[in-house]
Write a protein that binds this ligand. Structure first.
Ligand code: MLT
Length: 268
């Protein structure tokens, strides 16, 4: 793990491999470790850049607000230090996808490709934002135990296989380690995020959308609407996976990402 000074914080980032850069942006409230299968697979052909976002993993929280646009700015600054202005493939999962929309809004020319896993373009409605505010208060008051217990069940497939159950346990440990203040701030940041739907029609780079068939958080129906709105996009539906398709079905997802980046059809 390397460390980079980004605005007022030290940001941890795993960098491996050589070739065109691929940025892997984790979901909430995880860290770069959720990409370990993709890191191993892509490092043969690409420069893989897998940071811990502000306040998560080993990266410092700092004082800036934890909004999706701040997290996108952090990534822009980090990328400047690693690849300069060279366009990157931005691959984000869930909250990582919310950040991808903000990155695209501010730096459209710095994207070579977009890969959006288990995410959505719409903003929270008032009911969803209220639940986030309640969860933020609870995490600050009682700590991470409840979220570490309840959240992993919603992240993986409904009827998990043995390996998905192992993923669920790993997620629980990662969530337990997360800092309550960053988790609360991240929840409030997601509740305030912009609606990215108006941006979709203007996205010109090749885009891959990946969704677990059993994703209960960002559903296949929602992702299919996003795919219809982005001109040069393909939608990959991952059988038997939930909200963390790249971690639950790594071989299936890796093969598709490899083909997509090579400009090949997803299935032959
Ligand atoms: C994530 O996986 O990043 C979260 O589920 C996103 C969300 O809560 O909307």
């Amino acid at each position: 793990m390397e460390s980079f000074n980004v605005f007022e914080i030290e940001m941890g980032c795993h960098i491996v491999g050589q070739g065109p850069p691929v940025l892997l942006v984790h979901g909430f409230p995880l860290d770069h470790g959720m990409w370990h299968h993709q890191i191993d697979y892509l490092a043969n052909r690409y420069q893989v850049i897998a940071p811990d976002l502000r306040g998560f993993g080993v990266s410092q929280r700092g004082t800036a607000e934890l909004t999706m646009s701040q997290l996108a700015l952090d990534l822009s600054e980090l990328l400047q230090k690693i690849v300069g202005e060279q366009p990157v493939c931005f691959c984000g999962l869930s909250m990582g996808g919310y950040i991808a929309w903000e990155f695209y809004r501010s730096f459209p020319k710095r994207l070579s490709h977009l890969i959006l896993c288990d995410t959505r373009a719409a903003a929270d409605d008032e009911a969803a934002a209220r639940v986030r505010r309640m969860t933020a208060r609870s995490v600050l008051k009682y700590g991470m135990d409840e979220l570490a217990r309840s959240m992993p069940n919603r992240l993986v497939a409904t009827d998990p296989t043995e390996s998905q159950a192992a993923v669920r346990d790993q997620l629980s440990r990662t969530i337990q380690r997360a800092a309550p203040q960053s988790v609360a701030d991240g929840l409030l940041g997601m509740a305030l995020r912009n609606d990215a739907t108006p941006l979709l029609a203007s996205i010109a780079c090749p885009t891959l959308l990946v969704v677990g068939e059993q994703d209960r958080i960002t559903t296949p129906g929602e992702m299919s609407e996003v795919a219809h709105a982005i001109p040069d996009s393909q939608l990959l539906s991952v059988p038997g996976a939930g909200h963390l398709a790249p971690l639950e079905s790594p071989q299936f997802v890796n093969r598709a990402i490899g083909r997509f980046l090579a400009g090949e059809p997803l299935s032959t």
